[in-house]
Design a protein around this ligand. Structure first.
Ligand SMILES: [Zn+2]
Length: 274
């Protein structure tokens, strides 16, 4: 599943391809991708609008149109492709935005888990997908006091807290493991058990790992490529994710994989003690 750095990479690729173009027709081939409004209203409202910008919030792509914002979540395997109109659709092409030239912006999704919503400009903050999102994992947005407040009463393991989009937006399974390793925190440690200095360290690791992953275009596991078809290179920086039974680069202990919050979790039992 694409996490913040991969969605950021998709956003940057798409921006250069479609900003300034207008949608001359919207076609939907798999209705369940459209969460709200109705499919007919979605098609009618998007048609005729110009894509003026593309932004990101957490793992959501935000297509800024003239009067609406199209909120798109790629979930497991959703991807956008800019293709020529005469290029045949595949069975995985579910939504097509015809643009004002020979090109179409096509949404493909093998698993069909992705979702799109349309919201009036100015109403974005109140949209159910957006309203409960925690701060972005940046130095400016993510404060120690926010993390202290979010963690001080929870008995959930810290790994589950990092995956909780209401605590910090954009982190998924890969970066949660990398962040906890970087911060020397055991993934099963309860939120309320973290000392103040551990929370400070966790915040630093969140910001550092996500920034570095963004700078490297995200992580390419199997074949996840952005709108350009280019691939991120952060996989060469991974310390624990996918490294089960390999040696920890800090202490030479063996990296282990356990289940935390129903998710495969990689950690170094020597560096990340309970
Ligand atoms: Zn270690």
């Amino acid at each position: 599943m694409p996490e913040l750095p991969e969605v950021e990479s998709v956003k940057n690729g798409l921006k250069q391809l479609v900003v300034g173009k207008s949608i001359t027709e919207t076609r939907v081939y798999w209705d369940n991708i459209i969460k709200n409004p109705s499919v007919s209203e979605f098609k009618r409202r998007t048609t005729g609008q110009i894509i003026t910008d593309i932004k990101r919030r957490g793992k959501f792509l935000l297509f800024i149109l003239d009067s609406d914002i199209l909120i798109s979540h790629l979930r497991m395997e959703g991807k956008y492709r800019l293709e020529n109109r005469d290029e045949p659709l595949t069975k995985h092409t579910h939504v097509v935005f015809e643009l004002d030239n020979i090109k179409e912006l096509r949404y493909l999704d093998v698993r069909k888990f992705g979702k799109m919503s349309l919201v009036k400009k100015g109403k974005l903050k109140d949209h159910p997908s957006i309203i409960n999102l925690g701060p972005e994992p940046t130095d400016e947005a993510l404060t120690v006091s926010h993390l202290v407040k979010a963690l001080e009463k929870t008995g959930r393991p810290i790994k589950a807290c990092l995956l909780d989009q209401t605590i910090v937006a954009g982190i998924g399974n890969i970066y949660a493991d990398e962040i906890l390793y970087d911060a020397y925190i055991h993934p099963e440690k309860k939120g309320k058990e973290l000392e103040y200095d551990e929370i400070c360290r966790l915040r630093e690791s969140i910001i550092k790992i996500i920034r570095c992953a963004v700078e490297n275009g995200g992580t390419t596991i199997r074949t996840y490529s952005n709108a350009y078809g280019t691939e991120g290179s952060y996989q060469t920086y991974l310390s624990v994710y996918g490294k089960t039974n390999e040696k920890c680069s800090r202490c030479r202990n063996t990296i282990e994989k356990i289940k935390v919050a129903q998710r495969g979790t990689h950690y170094c039992p020597n560096c990340q003690k309970m």
